[in-house]
Design a protein around this ligand. Structure first.
Ligand code: ZN
Ligand code: ZN
Length: 190
């Protein structure tokens, strides 16, 4: 439901990263760690290996058995489909949240968006919303630039505190998170 989605996305607002990425990532780890995907007509590269490497053995075995029995090699990955749905819902919810003055004010001062989600969000926002998104991106870019430049000056061993900055820069720049094969897989269905 729309109101639940707004409440849910609000819980992913923090001062370090994109709330849409955060919610999709949480959804992905719930899906990989649980047993809600019972029917897998196919698997993308990313999710096949994520299951093999990190899911509980019984969940992974169940998904693989389902895929073994029906996959022909060109079918849509159910993890990608669910995450794509979650991404769409989250973007719509964030759009509604940004239309509320108090939340927009908070995002404007403290919030972050990755480039990919900012671009998608911009497409559904009014002029004021678009302006807020551009300002959030501008602030995020300059914060990341400063922190990365600081990291460059650290010589020798990697700075253990650098992991956080590098992770945030990766999130900001990566086109999609955990959905890398979505377009390729969907494209194969023609
Ligand atoms: Zn994002
Ligand atoms: Zn997938």
């Amino acid at each position: 439901m729309a109101a639940d989605d707004v409440r849910e996305i609000r819980q992913h607002l923090d001062k370090t990263g994109c709330p849409v990425c955060s919610r999709v990532k949480k959804c992905q780890s719930d899906l990989l760690g649980g047993d809600s995907i019972a029917d897998a007509p196919g698997l993308c590269n990313f999710h096949a290996w994520a299951l093999a490497k990190s899911a509980p053995a019984a969940s992974a075995a169940g998904v693989f058995l389902s895929a073994l029995r029906q996959a022909r090699g060109d079918d849509l990955c159910p993890f990608c489909s669910r995450l794509s749905e979650m991404e769409g819902q989250s973007l719509a919810a964030l759009g509604r949240l940004l239309a509320q003055p108090k939340d927009r004010e908070w995002m404007h001062h403290y919030g972050h968006l990755c480039l990919a989600h900012a671009r998608k969000l911009e497409a559904i926002m009014d002029d004021q919303g678009k302006k807020t998104i551009r300002e959030i991106l501008q602030r995020t870019r300059s914060e990341l630039e400063q922190e990365l430049a600081k990291l460059l000056r650290v010589s020798g061993e990697p700075d253990p505190s650098g992991g956080g900055v590098l992770g945030r820069a990766a999130e900001f720049l990566a086109l999609q998170r955990g959905l890398g094969n979505l377009n390729g897989v969907a494209g194969n269905r023609k």
